[in-house]
Design a protein. Structure first.
Length: 402
């Protein structure tokens, strides 16, 4: 989260007039810059998730290959290569250190996102609390001169109000425990799940989120799974369901770019669910403030009203699995499910390739009546010195005597 130690507060020479207050309020409607910032932060979170999973994938594969080589050396009665052992341990330690650094980086990205999300509220606070210029009833030259030289209260200056609002937001966020800050954030949950799945592709279910920061928060880790209650069981079921559900309920095909609902945890092909949202005629109900703005526009100005409705329009659809209300903001990439789908597809391809090879081998080896007929009919004919003997076709040719 950005620090406010270098926040430059400029002194206000005159109180805000009506135009200045309206300009502050208009900042709340300007979303272009914040949207670009949100996209950059979201992209940074996705890259950290991808890199962390790839690095840990590589470390796990090297660890498995190293274990295989060690078993072969033990079977042969040969000594372990000390240089190879040191290199292996150094690599694994480097991956561990890098993963910890990326863990801190994904948390920093989330802190930045929370800070950016709080800017509209801070600006709204400034626009509401900034003291307007008072108009004197006496319009004498002396009073006018005193008004122009009037210095606003330092505590009511916009820069001071903004500084206080953002500082309060930062203090409130950092006062929360790590579990509350990150375990309910979609980006961190995706990062943690991707790393865990890379390290344990066929291992036990991912631990419950209440345990992720137990060490850092100085809490004792429970030894029994029953201490987690139903939440832990639900988490296990959720992980298990993702292992088998790889088809999109909309396309009925294997997903290539899955996204998962943050509300109901059902997954869909990204393009399919976004197309459904784009074609939806249903929308999130307008807020009271939005409805007030729409009602303020005269009915005869229908074009202007439609343009404003378009700005407020947020499409929504019902989940085809459970009828939960879904918006685009409720959908998040699911890198863990994507990795499982890729492994499933690769396993299928290997099985199909193996089956094809076995079928080709079977075709190359003649069996039974598939033998090329020899002599009369379909039975091999072998001649001896006295007579022709017709042998049964079930007998291999190599067993026939002269």
């Amino acid at each position: 989260m950005p620090s406010f130690t270098n926040f430059r507060r400029q002194s206000q020479e005159t109180p805000l007039n009506d135009d200045a207050r309206r300009a502050l309020a208009d900042l709340l409607q300007t979303k272009a810059s914040s949207k670009r910032l949100d996209e950059h932060l979201e992209r940074a979170a996705q890259l950290l998730t991808d890199v962390a999973s790839q690095v840990n994938d590589r470390a796990r594969m090297k660890k498995e290959n190293y274990a295989v080589r060690q078993r072969k050396l033990q079977q042969k009665g040969e000594a372990e290569d000390e240089e190879e052992r040191q290199g292996h341990e150094k690599f694994q330690e480097k991956v561990k250190s890098l993963t910890e650094r990326m863990d801190q980086s994904i948390r920093a990205v989330i802190d930045e996102q929370i800070w950016a999300e709080g800017i509209p509220d801070a600006l709204k606070h400034v626009a509401t609390k900034a003291k307007p210029r008072t108009v004197r009833q006496d319009t004498s030259d002396q009073d006018t001169e005193e008004e122009s030289n009037e210095q606003p209260d330092a505590s009511e200056q916009p820069t001071t109000l903004l500084h206080v609002a953002l500082s309060t937001q930062e203090t409130t966020w950092k006062s929360k425990p790590l579990t509350e800050r990150y375990t309910t954030n979609n980006n961190y949950v995706g990062w943690y799940a991707a790393v865990y799945e890379s390290q344990n592709p066929d291992g036990p279910p991912m631990p419950h989120s209440s345990l992720w920061f137990a060490d850092e928060e100085g809490r004792e880790v429970p030894t029994s799974r029953t201490e987690h209650g139903n939440e832990d069981e639900d988490s296990d079921l959720e992980v298990a369901s993702e292992r088998v559900r790889i088809t999109c309920p909309l396309t009925l095909r294997t997903m290539k770019d899955p996204v998962t609902s943050n509300k109901c945890r059902h997954s869909f092909e990204k393009d399919a669910i976004l197309e459904l949202l784009q074609e939806s005629q249903d929308h999130v109900p307008f807020t009271s403030e939005q409805q007030a703005q729409l009602n303020h526009i005269p009915q005869r100005e229908r074009l202007r009203r439609n343009q404003l409705e378009k700005q407020f329009w947020i499409p929504q659809v019902r989940c085809p699995e459970c009828s939960a209300i879904l918006r685009r903001e409720d959908l998040s990439p699911n890198p863990v499910l994507l990795r499982k789908i890729k492994r499933h597809v690769e396993a299928d391809q290997k099985r199909n390739a193996t089956d094809s090879d076995e079928e080709e081998e079977d075709d190359e080896v003649p069996r039974g009546t598939q033998r090329k007929p020899v002599g009369l009919g379909s039975s091999p004919v072998v001649k001896n010195r006295r007579k022709t003997i017709v042998k049964p076709e079930t007998v291999p040719e190599t067993q026939l005597s002269m």
